[in-house]
Write a protein that binds this ligand. Structure first.
Ligand code: NAD
Length: 251
């Protein structure tokens, strides 16, 4: 039996975040659907409500301290104290090192690392008070190195060290912290990658599927299922782990 909790999923207006918000709502949790623009979150909130769940659309930039503070205040007031956090918001600014600008570097670090830091710092106050918490941070197989992604790979490897450290610091308060490193997942982010490479998305998906042991690319729901496990009551002895969800062995 799931104890209903209040969950926050960042970057939840679409893709992996949207699937995760829907999954956590189906698991019985109230979900704050957080993304840059509040209106953009409404279709996910409505989908949760149609399925009989509870959700709140929250517009906030996770890399801005004041916006994060306001988001938490609103979530606490409207849904209750959040004890599940999924740091999923992400961007790519791909380029080979010699062409990558400092702006591309800072933007990626800002959303992935500063964002996960600010959100986790705000969330731990509720979690430690409650004596229960679950944080899941979205890494990537790119953490292992990927051409054209020096900024993104560094951020996603950073997320892994961040996850392990929070697991050590927060464990005694009943808070577990884990990370998921997805492989190729069919979303607008990977569609943008195809566009940058000048390859039709369907062709690229087929190419990727040919290299993946389970012979298909991933879907957002594949990642949502792994999040659902990590945030469950039953996963209380699993912490500081990096789970590669990539259709084959990695990591
Ligand atoms: P996506 O681009 O479809 O969705 C990302 C969402 O994050 C968007 O709705 C965007 O508005 C939001 N976002 C961006 N910056 C934000 C900010 N500052 N504050 C709040 N929200 C912000 O991406 P996706 O494919 O669903 O990826 C989700 C996560 O999974 C990302 O962290 C990504 O790096 C990671 N990931 C994706 C893949 C993949 O193959 N798609 C693989 C590995 C890891």
């Amino acid at each position: 039996m799931t104890t209903p909790r209040v969950a926050i999923v960042t970057g939840a207006a679409r893709g992996i975040g949207a699937a995760t918000a829907l999954r956590l709502a189906r698991d019985g949790h109230a979900v704050a659907v957080l993304d840059l623009v509040e209106d953009g979150c409404l279709p996910v909130v409505q989908a949760v409500e149609r399925a009989g769940g509870r959700a709140l659309a929250v517009g906030a930039d996770v890399s801005e301290e004041d916006a994060v503070a306001s988001a938490f205040a609103r979530i606490e007031a409207e849904l209750g104290a959040p004890t599940i956090l999924v740091n999923n918001a992400g961007i790519i600014r791909d380029n080979l090192l010699f062409k990558m600008t400092a702006g591309d570097w800072d933007a990626v670090m800002g959303v992935h690392l500063r964002g996960a830091f600010l959100m986790s710092k705000a969330a731990q106050a509720y979690m430690t008070k409650e004596g229960f918490g679950r944080i899941v941070n979205m890494s990537s197989t790119s953490a292992l190195g990927n051409r054209g992604q020096a900024n993104y790979a560094a951020a996603k490897a950073g997320i892994q060290g961040f996850t392990k450290t929070l697991a050590i610091e927060l464990g005694k308060f009943g808070v577990t912290v884990n990370s998921i490193a997805p492989g190729w997942i069919q979303t607008e982010m990977t569609a943008a990658t195809a566009e940058r490479m000048g390859v039709p998305f369907e062709e690229l998906l087929e190419q990727w599927a040919g290299q993946i042991p389970v012979a298909r690319v991933g879907q957002p729901e594949d990642i949502a299922a792994a999040v659902s496990f990590f945030v469950s009551e039953d996963a209380g002895f699993v912490s500081g782990q990096i789970l590669y969800v990539a259709g084959g062995p990695l990591g």
